[in-house]
Design a protein around this ligand. Structure first.
Ligand SMILES: Nc1nc2c(c(=O)[nH]1)N[C@H]1C(S)=C(S)[C@@H](COP(=O)(O)OP(=O)(O)OC[C@H]3O[C@@H](n4cnc5c(=O)[nH]c(N)nc54)[C@H](O)[C@@H]3O)O[C@H]1N2
Ligand SMILES: Nc1nc2c(c(=O)[nH]1)N[C@H]1C(S)=C(S)[C@@H](COP(=O)(O)OP(=O)(O)OC[C@H]3O[C@@H](n4cnc5c(=O)[nH]c(N)nc54)[C@H](O)[C@@H]3O)O[C@H]1N2
Ligand code: SF4
Ligand SMILES: [Mo]
Length: 769
């Protein structure tokens, strides 16, 4: 028996400043600078030839799906460039020529690497061989695939119960990999399948399921071209879903009105230059938002209630403001909603949301006359205690206006990871679906567990309490992405084994269980073949369309396996030949796997044929106005309360957001170009009146402190930046600030951490002036 080493690893890495430069926030998003930056990143990481080859195939029919966000591709694609700056950065990050092997880990211990920043760690390149960190060591060393699989299998066999294992998934995996992973978890005997959705759009899933009967959005891309109004709440498309701006531009060209609701004036929402149109390159671009409502953090419900009250008042005079035919035919709870709205005073709502009444009235006047309304949202609505209700209030508005199930109207939760929606569709979930279990039993001949599993926050708690001992991760960076970094690190370190199926090195590989294994996998852009036959896989975009994705770049190493092959290898090592599923065939023959998926997953029948060419839409009851599975067979209006924040004089609400140069925990660079912040990530955006009140000056150094349940959490060293943000509100980047987010504070019903409304105090460390 080997000794167990206590490793002295840093959970945050370097907190040193990197040399900030400030400019005015950008007036517009994209345009020529975006193209330049995109190509710079690509050339630096991949060289010119590989870059041009890769970029030319990205998002093209027959090519591979952009590994970044889940925004859909238009029917008519640009032959030259069907991608945006951040798509190009994602490709450059994945398809970089830089690699790291056991020699790198011989030189640097995990203790040393953990002292570096996430940016530095990410720059080291692709993982190219299986690695193991043994209990008595601080250095990873190489291990064969076979040995890695058998060590994992042995550890899984040693568990007292299957529920001592956790199988996490990040949203970049293909449908095939996720399906197989879910199947293995169920065959192993647990529904402990937390996924990144739990930290992301889970609130949307819960709210939409309860009100409309499906946890996904209802719009298609083409609906944007027909919409009369698009409302965008809590989302920063210029950075996080850049090609959405092209759809919004088209909407505007067709006389659509765009309303943004955000504590910040994000560049893409103010103005946009489309690099693919002459107008975008040469002229001033399109002004995207017609109305910008600068709401205070987490006061969207107050604002929406006020809008609903004002619309209800207009409807009393003119009954065409609400769509009464729609309300009567398809909904339940209308009267109760109106009665509840009467309980709130306009003044109360107005002062809570912090928006000028004149702007609200202008927006109400537009909404009163229009019926084709799309509401889009992302993390600004989901990551609050009342995340589910935020979204239900949006649904209330759409139901009142009859803006569902017709062209140009509907719900649009803008999904994050490129296949996060698909992973859920094919079975990555911690809850139990009786239909899915039944279909698996009939198709594969084993009985899946019928006890609900753990989601992200509860998986962390279980590991912390020593109730879970093996943590496996299909992609992602759980340690840095999850809330409460210190608590999460303690939890992970309790595990006997942590396993990561990964493309790039990240902090989750450094803060690990007693034994840690890294299994390197092919990236999405890389050629995946069996023998000499190239394989493709499928993904689902944000609008429920499934299509194929086929990598073509030469893999960075011949020693990589595809994700399904890795999962199959683990399953085979665990079950041997004594299982009804033939894991070898299933994990290597994707066509065969898709045939089986067709028998198990609703909408996947004939997927091998249907996924050719343009792909296909999955069933969506809202598009068909079929609410038969809901109470009374009707879509549900919801009564939502107001958010409740007891904030002291010296406290702020902090939202932890993304910069322009990151993809979640992957840091591409240190600039946040659209916000005018260069070469620094340790920043806090603050209103100038608050700065005066707290005697702070530009670039003063502060610490951020959160106190929940008598526990203080501190994040060190942030530079204050005066910014156009509501008083009492702050913004800073994640993952640096995840240390402040308490693990046990999360959204009601969805359990999504409260990453966008963390209550903090400030502590001044040093004054620059
Ligand atoms: N380049 C790039 N693209 C990405 C990602 C990335 O990191 N980089 N991540 C992907 C993933 S996984 C996701 S989930 C999405 C995330 O996409 P977003 O949700 O756009 O990402 P965030 O940076 O978290 O931005 C949240 C936005 O909500 C606003 N906001 C915060 N709190 C509130 C509030 O209370 N009310 C309102 N109305 N607004 C609020 C913020 O000002 C900000 O504009 O992007 C995906 N795409
Ligand atoms: N405070 C705060 N915390 C947040 C958020 C926030 O807004 N604020 N946002 C939350 C959200 S919306 C999300 S979705 C989560 C994200 O949580 P995760 O999905 O867990 O994190 P990522 O940073 O996207 O994971 C990046 C890692 O994935 C691996 N990877 C990349 N591509 C591939 C691939 O093709 N295959 C495999 N196997 N691995 C790959 C690489 O090793 C890379 O380092 O973070 C959440 N955390
Ligand atoms: S909008 Fe999203 S999916 Fe499309 S190219 Fe940009 S990052 Fe990739
Ligand atoms: Mo996300």
């Amino acid at each position: 028996m080997s000794t167990i080493k206590k490793r002295n690893v840093s959970i945050v890495g370097s907190t040193a400043f990197t040399g900030i430069k400030l400019e005015q926030p950008a007036e517009y998003a994209a345009g020529v600078p975006a193209v330049k930056v995109a190509l710079q990143h690509a050339f630096k990481e991949m060289g010119v030839v590989k870059s041009m080859k890769g970029l030319a195939q990205m998002n093209q029919k027959g090519g591979f799906d952009c590994p970044s966000c889940a925004w859909p591709d238009p029917k008519k694609r640009s032959k030259i460039a069907e991608y945006c700056e951040n798509g190009a950065k994602a490709l450059a990050d994945e398809a970089t020529n830089k690699t790291i092997d056991h020699e790198f880990f011989k030189k640097y211990s995990v203790e040393e690497i953990s002292q570096w920043s996430d940016y530095t760690i990410g720059q080291k390149g692709r993982l190219i061989e299986p690695l193991i960190l043994r209990p008595d060591s601080v250095h990873y060393e190489s291990v064969s695939w076979e040995d890695a699989f058998s060590i994992i299998a042995k550890q899984l066999h040693e568990l007292k119960s299957p529920d001592e294992a956790i199988f996490y998934t990040s949203g970049r995996s293909s449908n095939e990999a996720a399906f197989l992973y879910g199947l293995f978890s169920r065959a192993f005997g647990t529904n402990n399948m937390p996924d990144c959705s739990n930290m992301c759009h889970e609130s949307s899933g819960v709210a939409l399921s309860e009100t409309l009967g499906i946890g996904k959005g209802s719009v298609k891309l083409e609906d944007f071209y027909e919409a009369e109004v698009v409302m965008i709440l809590g989302q920063n498309p210029g950075t996080n879903h850049p090609r959405m701006l092209s759809a919004l531009e088209k909407c505007k060209n067709n006389d659509g009105v765009i309303i943004s609701v955000n504590p910040l004036e994000e560049a893409g929402l103010v103005r946009f230059k489309n690099p693919q149109s002459v107008n975008g390159v040469l002229l001033s671009g399109t002004s995207i938002s017609d109305f910008h409502l600068q709401v205070k953090i987490n006061q969207d419900v107050s604002l929406l209630k006020l809008i609903l009250k004002k619309l209800a008042k207009l409807n009393k005079k003119d009954a065409t403001v609400f769509d009464h035919d729609f309300i009567n035919k398809y909904t339940s709870g209308y009267e109760a909603l109106l009665q509840d709205l009467d309980k709130y005073s306009n003044d109360e709502l107005l002062s809570l949301c912090g928006v000028k009444e004149q702007y609200i009235d202008e927006v109400v006047a537009v909404l009163a006359k229009k019926n084709k309304i799309i509401i889009c949202w992302a993390m600004g609505l989901t990551q609050h205690k009342n995340g589910v209700e935020n979204i239900k209030e949006c649904v209330n508005l759409l139901l009142l206006k009859g803006s569902l199930g017709k062209p140009g109207a509907g719900t649009c939760p803008v999904r994050g990871h490129s296949n996060v929606q698909g992973d859920r569709t094919v079975g990555i979930m911690h809850f139990v679906s009786k239909e899915l279990n039944e279909a698996i039993k009939n198709t594969f001949g084993f009985t899946p567990p019928d006890k609900a599993g753990l989601d992200t926050v509860h998986a962390i708690e279980a590991m912390h309490e020593g109730k879970a001992k093996v943590f496996m991760s299909l992609g992602g960076n759980f340690l840095s992405a999850a809330s409460d970094t210190e608590y999460t690190a303690e939890a992970i370190k309790q595990c006997d084994l942590t396993v990561h199926i990964s493309t790039k090195l990240n902090r989750s590989h450094l803060i690990t269980g007693k034994t840690a294994i890294i299994l390197p996998t092919l990236g999405r852009s890389e050629l995946d073949q069996k023998g000499n036959k190239p394989r493709y896989f499928t993904v689902e975009n944000s609008m429920g369309k499934v299509h194929r994705s086929k990598g073509m770049l030469p893999p960075v190493s011949n020693n990589l396996k595809s994700e399904p092959e890795i999962i199959g290898g683990i399953a085979k090592a665990y079950f041997g030949n004594e299982h009804p599923v033939d894991w070898e065939v299933l994990s290597t023959n994707y066509e065969f796997m898709r045939e089986k998926m067709g028998k198990v997953i609703n909408g996947f029948q004939d997927v091998n044929q249907k996924s050719q060419k343009n792909g296909f839409y999955l069933p969506n009851n809202v598009r068909d106005l079929d609410f038969s599975k809901l109470p009374d067979g009707k879509a549900q209006f919801s009564i939502c309360g107001l958010p409740n924040h007891a904030i002291d004089e010296d406290e702020f609400i902090l939202m932890t957001i993304r910069s322009h140069d990151q993809f979640n925990t992957t840091i591409y660079g240190l600039d946040d170009r659209y916000r005018g912040i260069y070469n620094e990530r340790r920043i806090v955006l603050m209103n100038e009146n608050d700065m005066k009140k707290f005697n702070l000056h530009k670039l003063d150094v502060i610490n951020l402190i959160s106190s929940y349940d008598n526990k203080e959490r501190k994040a060190f060293n942030f530079l204050v930046i005066p910014y156009h943000i509501p008083e009492g509100n702050l913004a800073s980047y994640f993952p640096e600030t995840n240390i402040l987010v308490p693990y046990n504070h999360f959204a009601d019903k969805s359990n999504t951490p409260i990453s966008k409304s963390v209550i903090v105090r400030l502590e001044k460390v040093a004054s620059i002036s």
